[in-house]
Design a protein around this ligand. Structure first.
Ligand SMILES: *Cc1c(COP(=O)(O)O)cnc(C)c1O
Length: 428
């Protein structure tokens, strides 16, 4: 674990900014002059490059019409594939193992439809009780489609403390009744990183397929999906990857599964040269492209062209280094300034276990979040009592982190949160 030393002064924050190799990337983003954005793990901000590639695509539509599919500056027909190539290093995959297509939940449906093969006694799906609701809804409906009762066939590993999932408990639940395992890479509330390598090895020893939801890790931490032999993965591109609201999702399938019949077929899963033969016999693409379904949402792919260039330019290793430094500093400030105010840091402190955000627990969390917004700090709230704070490597400065904690301290000392109801907003 890296130990840093800080001082409790704004000068220290300024110094950290001066030493920051990524500081210049702040200028690449549209940041509000009046507020501090700490919610990049829910919706990443717009970069100028993402804006530009969206405008490029609009221009091609304006000027080329249908010909944009092949003759656009970023030919639409190959965009899911070319963005897959650009995303591959972020998940540690081969270029042909990744596709930018669908959405997180739709990709999960596709991958479960493809990889869940109930056989004899092996009919159950293993997940965890802290996973994101959409994933759980998808798994339950997939079980129902196959005629199984989700109450008996979805096994959810329990958390011992409501925050974390213990790998030992997951492994203990890998019985000979489990056909498929779906887990998050990083838990969306506590920010815990699961040991994907170990879980994959243990699943495979028992003949179980395993896939990961990378929504809270892709773009924030390095992954080695291919080398770890992870069977499949899926993630969204609007959180750490700054692809914009409703941005098209990502999926990964290990190359040893190439050729596996797609559970949900559609013509964009065709071999590219054959797609327009308009044959009623489906000729599936050889690589991860096979798991696409219909026409990609080009406008929601377009910002990613520019956004992913930023990630390629800097590389996930340097992004992770800065992110760790930012969250380390944030936690240090919380320890110093907010002690005895009822806060608990609910994320792992260990660098190997900590994702990209700090999970701050407080029984008044909902209204503390409202007070923060009134003080021009944008956090997010996760029921029942979590304030998530995500300083993002590309655009959050150390001075902002300092400022967030100062404002939070004022809110607590002056009890400003008492002006609000302790209830969440519709979109939290
Ligand atoms: C954000 C998120 C989703 C969202 O899924 P969409 O299909 O993009 O709405 C799903 N799972 C996890 C873990 C998430 O963090």
């Amino acid at each position: 674990m890296t130990e840093y030393t800080y001082e409790l002064t704004i000068d220290c924050a300024n110094k950290l900014d001066e030493q920051d190799e990524l500081a210049s990337y702040r200028q690449e983003f549209y940041l509000s002059a009046s507020s501090i954005y700490m919610d990049g793990n829910s919706l990443g901000l717009l970069s100028k490059r993402a804006e530009q590639t969206l405008l490029d695509v609009l221009d091609d539509w304006k000027n080329l019409g249908i010909d944009g599919w092949m003759k656009g500056k970023h030919p639409w027909f190959h965009l899911s594939e070319s963005l897959g190539v650009k995303s591959a290093s972020l998940v540690g995959a081969l270029p042909e193992e990744v596709m930018v297509t669908g959405s997180t939940t739709v990709n999960l449906h596709q991958l479960v439809a493809t990889f869940y093969k109930p056989d004899g006694k092996r009919t159950k799906i293993l997940a965890d009780e802290l996973n994101f609701p959409s994933d759980i809804y998808a798994l339950k409906s997939q079980l129902q489609l196959r005629g199984f009762d989700p109450d008996t066939h979805l096994v959810q590993v329990k958390s011992r403390d409501g925050r974390f999932i213990d790998e030992e408990d997951v492994i203990a639940a890998m019985t000979d009744e489990i056909a498929l395992i779906v887990l998050p890479t990083v838990l969306y509330r506590s920010g815990q990183i699961l040991d994907m390598k170990r879980l994959t090895e243990e699943a495979h020893k028992r003949g179980i397929m395993i896939g990961f939801d990378g929504c809270h890790s892709v773009g924030a931490i390095p992954h080695h999906f291919h080398d770890w032999n992870v069977d499949f993965g899926y993630w969204c591109n609007y959180k750490y990857l700054n692809g914009g609201p409703g941005s098209v999702g990502g999926l990964y399938v290990h190359e040893r599964h190439f050729g596996k019949e797609a559970g949900l077929s559609g013509w964009f899963g065709s071999q590219k040269e054959k797609q327009f033969d308009m044959n009623h016999t489906f000729t599936q693409a050889e690589a991860a492209g096979a798991y696409q379904i219909g026409t990609p949402h080009i406008m929601s792919l377009a910002p990613l062209i520019g956004s992913l260039d930023l990630f390629l330019e800097v590389g996930i290793k340097r992004i992770r280094e800065k992110s760790l430094r930012l969250t380390d500093y944030l936690m240090w400030l919380i320890d110093q300034e907010l002690a005895d105010m009822g806060f608990t840091i609910g994320n792992p402190r260990d660098e190997k276990r900590r994702g990209g955000h700090v999970s701050l627990e407080h029984k008044e969390a909902a209204r503390i979040c409202k007070a923060l917004k009134a003080e021009n700090v944008i956090p997010d709230f996760r029921a029942p009592h979590i304030i998530r704070l995500a300083p993002v490597a590309f655009y959050t400065s150390f001075t902002e982190v300092w400022e967030v904690v100062q404002r939070l301290k004022t809110i607590m000392v002056e009890k400003k949160y008492e002006h609000y109801k302790n209830e969440r907003e519709v979109v939290a």
